[in-house]
Design a binder for this molecule. Structure first.
Ligand SMILES: Nc1nc2c(ncn2[C@@H]2O[C@H](COP(=O)(O)OP(=O)(O)OP(=O)(O)O)[C@@H](O)[C@H]2O)c(=O)[nH]1
Length: 456
């Protein structure tokens, strides 16, 4: 039975990532359709093909065949709609989406946008726009959630450097927690680069808006292409049928042993962008050798989507390994898990903390590829640098007056304390992984609401 996922794209970055994700998903489904392909002419989602049960996780088909009269394969005209809410405080990106090649995938009632933006101000997004649009956003979400037979989770995309994705995005996550208790929220967050250079050098106050992290070099198109790879790999086994499928709830349950330690660092192998893509790399290797090489890459520094130390040098609390490709035996993956259990530093209570997913449908550019999600204390490098940059501004109370138009100054100290708390919990787990066993069990006693969150 399909278990639907509702996607929420918030802010400019969130909506641009969403576009890259839907575009890539449609192409994957087209490449694997048994009949004629979609997207149709011009990238449209309205075309002839088959609508599978698995596809209904992310898409609805508003033109189902008449009941009791299944149409012959190939004669079904799909009118796909993404199960998505497009939210922004400016109208540029959302309007562009509604005019562009993906226009048929979204009805205009699936969107909510204003015109003036949040001016890179978290408090403007959270309090200003949050107060103004809370009801309308709740209604928008309801319009997508209510038609679902069995809502699995919410999938949110945003950046943390500006004002809308960070502030209004946080408000949306809170609204979801309040109105849909028990439904997991899985957020993909683009964080400011560690050194303030590169992608987010345009946002001086990014550390105020973020509280946590990162980035990569290159333009947005290339970056978004990599992120779309990550998101399609993450959701492949929810969109395609398969033997060893994983859903978002399973991932969250297995990789988040404590509610506040919910930051999952992704790695991809091979990493390819449009510019560097080529088919069939490592095509000559047998599966066991291929999987071993992919694992090696994913646990090194170069393939990690967060610029930080290699995952293999950190304490790994839990880890998901997701493989795409035809005919990869699970035994090849298990052999690597056994090796990682010996090689990685893991807390003694969770040496079994691996979640494996296998999807037979390959990614577009590679015959076999791998994505890992690591819950590890490596994230403290990132949080530490955000915290340092935050404090540099905060000591001088620089730019604070822009925020106090919308919020109390106390929120600044609360957020930096909250971040310090998360860092302390990760540090404690990290020390345990290094063998320093303490009797202090406070860390396990956290009961704040948990959500999976992929950072990059
Ligand atoms: N990877 C990636 N990062 C982006 C993209 N667009 C913006 N960013 C980054 O996101 C941060 C700014 O956030 P935006 O999403 O532009 O802003 P916003 O959330 O819409 O907020 P306001 O502009 O203040 O209303 C900066 O760090 C940008 O470098 C994108 O398409 N891809």
């Amino acid at each position: 039975m399909p278990r639907e996922i509702v996607t929420l794209q918030v802010g400019q970055c969130g909506n641009q990532l969403g576009r890259a994700f839907w575009h890539r998903s449609l192409h994957e489904h087209a490449a694997n359709a048994t009949t004629s392909s979609f997207p149709g002419p011009g990238g449209s989602s309205r075309t002839a093909s088959q609508f599978s049960d698995s596809m209904s996780t992310f898409f609805s088909n508003s033109n189902p065949p008449p009941s009791g009269k299944p149409l012959a394969p190939g004669s079904e005209i799909l009118d796909l709609k993404a199960r998505a809410c497009l939210i922004d405080t400016e109208d540029g990106v959302v309007s562009e989406t509604l005019r562009g090649p993906l226009r048929d995938l979204f009805a205009s009632r699936q969107t909510l946008h204003d015109v003036s933006g949040a001016g890179n101000n978290w408090a403007h997004g959270y309090h200003g726009y949050g107060d103004r649009y809370e009801e309308a956003i709740a209604e928008l979400v309801r319009s997508q959630a209510e038609p679902c037979d069995s809502l699995q989770s919410f999938f949110l995309m945003h950046s943390l450097g500006g004002g809308t994705g960070s502030g209004l995005g946080t408000r949306v996550l809170q609204l979801l927690a309040d109105e849909y208790r028990g439904v997991y929220r899985f957020a993909t967050s683009v964080l400011p680069s560690k050194d303030g250079k590169g992608g987010d050098s345009d946002v001086v106050v990014a550390p105020y808006n973020t509280r946590p992290q990162v980035g990569a070099g290159g333009g947005f198109d290339d970056m978004n292409d990599v992120v779309a790879r990550l998101l399609t790999d993450l959701t492949a086994s929810m969109r395609f049928p398969g033997q060893l499928n994983t859903d978002l709830n399973e991932i969250t349950t297995n990789l988040v042993p404590f509610p506040r330690l919910h930051y999952l660092v992704p790695s991809l192998a091979p990493i390819k962008t449009k510019a560097t893509a080529s088919h069939g790399s490592r095509g000559g290797m047998n599966s066991a050798v291929q999987v071993k090489a992919l694992v090696r890459d994913c646990f090194g520094a170069d393939n990690c989507l967060v610029s930080t130390n290699p995952i293999r040098d950190s304490t790994v609390i839990a880890c998901g390994i997701f493989v795409r490709g035809k005919g990869v035996p699970v035994s090849d993956v298990n052999a690597n898990v056994a090796r990682l259990q010996n090689e990685l530093r893991m807390p003694s209570w969770n040496r079994e903390g691996f979640k494996i997913g296998l999807c037979e449908v390959p990614a577009l550019e590679n015959n076999v590829s791998m994505m890992t999600l690591s819950n590890s204390d490596v994230i403290n490098d990132v949080f530490g640098s955000v915290s340092d940059r935050f404090n540099k501004l905060w000591r001088r109370k620089a730019m604070v007056h822009h925020y106090t138009q919308y919020c109390e100054e106390a929120e600044f100290s609360e957020s930096i304390e909250s971040l310090a708390g998360v860092m302390e919990e990760y540090a404690t787990v990290g020390q345990r992984g290094r063998g320093a066993d303490t009797k202090d069990e406070r860390i396990w006693d956290v009961n704040r609401s948990g959500a999976g969150r992929v950072l990059f």
